[in-house]
Design a protein around this ligand. Structure first.
Ligand SMILES: [Mg+2]
Length: 247
């Protein structure tokens, strides 16, 4: 075994929008041969784990639902593990559904936490209730602070960060917890109970600031997909280069 656990980022690594990366399936197959565990991770907090799992399966990728971690799922797990049972949620119906699956009330008028996720259809009135409920004792928990997201053909749209910024300004408070990458919480949720050392984990992603920073902060190894040259982590120019490295 080369690694005990291999973790792939999804967007920009395994697929680009609706298009699979070149030789993605061959790389995933090889990763299964050279590791004991494999996971796929995305900061997407607008979709359920179920939705992204179906997307992967429809693209022909052989993956189990348990091998997939989204920041919406990570938020739900974090809330449950930390006994936040009464919350108020600003986000998509998918994020709300993921949280409600763990029997957490997402419409509390006296929330222990306000949760903010990405929503491409966000509008200012989504924050109306926050000025009208009891916020005397709560934590502000957010999916991530990414400024923008690349879409097909190089078009760029606002990310979760601007929604978090609007909420922080309204509440006059900075986020207490950021769940998504590069927070090691995402990684911890994956490998909890698997009994492995950080150095036995290898993360592959196209973002230094989210994928690789998470890996390095945890003590894991990271391969960055990039055309840049960096000294602080091994770099590859495309996913398929791993076939050569893992020969
Ligand atoms: Mg990515």
């Amino acid at each position: 075994m080369k690694h005990k656990c291999v973790i792939f980022d999804l967007d920009g690594t395994i697929y680009f929008g609706n298009q699979l990366a070149h030789q993605a399936n061959a790389v995933i197959e090889r990763a299964r041969e050279i590791s004991n565990y494999m996971f796929f991770v995305t900061n997407n907090s607008a979709k359920t784990r179920e939705f992204i799992w179906h997307k992967l399966v429809n693209m022909g990728i052989d993956v189990r639902k348990e091998e997939l971690i989204t920041s919406s799922y990570a938020i739900a797990k974090y809330l449950k593990e930390n006994h936040f049972n009464e919350i108020y949620c600003v986000g998509t119906d998918s994020l709300k559904k993921e949280i409600e699956l763990l029997n957490i009330n997402i419409h509390s008028r006296h929330p222990q936490a306000v949760v903010v996720g990405y929503n491409p259809d966000f509008k200012l009135s989504d924050l109306d209730e926050l000025s009208n409920i009891d916020l005397s004792n709560y934590k502000l928990i957010v999916a991530n602070k990414e400024r923008n997201y690349p879409k097909e053909n190089g078009y760029i749209v606002p990310g979760a960060g601007p929604i978090v910024a609007a909420t922080e300004y309204l509440l006059d408070r900075k986020a207490d917890v950021i769940i998504g990458k590069p927070n090691v919480e995402m990684l911890r949720i994956m490998v909890a109970n698997l009994n492995m050392q950080p150095a036995e984990i290898c993360v592959i992603g196209d973002s230094y600031n989210s994928d690789i920073k998470m890996a390095l902060d945890y003590g894991a190894k990271g391969y960055l997909i990039t055309n840049e040259k960096r000294q602080d982590c091994p770099c590859i120019t495309k996913l398929a280069d791993l076939l050569e490295i893992w020969k």
